[in-house]
Design a protein around this ligand. Sequence first.
Ligand code: BTN
Length: 329
Amino acid sequence: MPHADARKTDRFIQLLLANATVFVSGEKLAETLRVSRMTICNWVHRLQREGMAIEVKPQIGYRLTQVPDLLLPQLIKHELRSKIFGKNIHHYFQVTSTNDVAHELAQEGAAEGTLVLAEEQTAGRGRLGRSWFSERNNGIYLSLILRPPVRPLHAPVFNLAAAVAVSRAIEQTCEISADIKWPNDVLIKGKKCCGVLTEMNTDLDRIKYLVVGIGINVNHSVFPKSLEQQASSLFLEGGRRFSRIELILALLSHFEEIYFEARQKGRDSILEQWTQRSSFSNGKEVSVDLGERQVRGTTCGLGREGTLRVKLPSGQIEEIVAGDVVCWE
Ligand code: BTN
């Protein structure tokens, strides 16, 4: 669905939500939204196909019969616990990647904290050129625009901050304990339930904006065969379905707190929290795939810019900037 179209449909849903118990006539909807009654009729059919419970009474109008399990801004906004993160929300039923949309918005000047949410991604992407499984309505696929006033060199710590925020949100909302594998995979019982992909646009000496893309496997009950071994969901690990909206609200408030604390107290506060929350921070025997070569050794903390320090059998310390970490057992 093109973005402009999706925005109009959102305004339509807003009207239905605002009048949830009564029938609203097609004529009134068409007039308010400045579209034809035929367009309204087409939107209703499309939204019904997306799973929205809209009752249609010929000659009378339309009524929303149930609040849908969708990430609608109207359902998130009045529960928001954060001040800046999520103040502007763009919701889509389907996008290629929420990161793509966030880049477009950031280039148009979108404010810090602008949030892009999608029910489904057709080309969700992951780290190291991988794709991200983005099944419709079961996961959280979001991107947040940040504009930290720092040099590009400092960007990786915000990546770590996102993982800390997700793990805090999962623990608070789902009461499941979550581990973090460097740099930002959130694991539950050793399986990956969340990934973070941070992309940036920079000048030589300053970050113009960061797009922090977060994917959380929330209510997925099955994964493609190729992912089964390493991926899981909160539903599979926690034994029940969870509210995606509750998780997003918690995530935004934790992320905002960590982000502004780091702006005040310095980035070390992020590194400390990451270190406390990750079983990979110290003393873990790991193998790191760097693409062109493998490194094996024992983890010994983070470097100042969020690099992973690995002590090699020779005693030498290697600082890993990017790579895929696996346990060496
Ligand atoms: C990883 O490889 O672990 C990172 C996965 C990041 C996935 C999220 S889903 C929302 C955002 N949009 C994308 O295309 N990717 C990120």
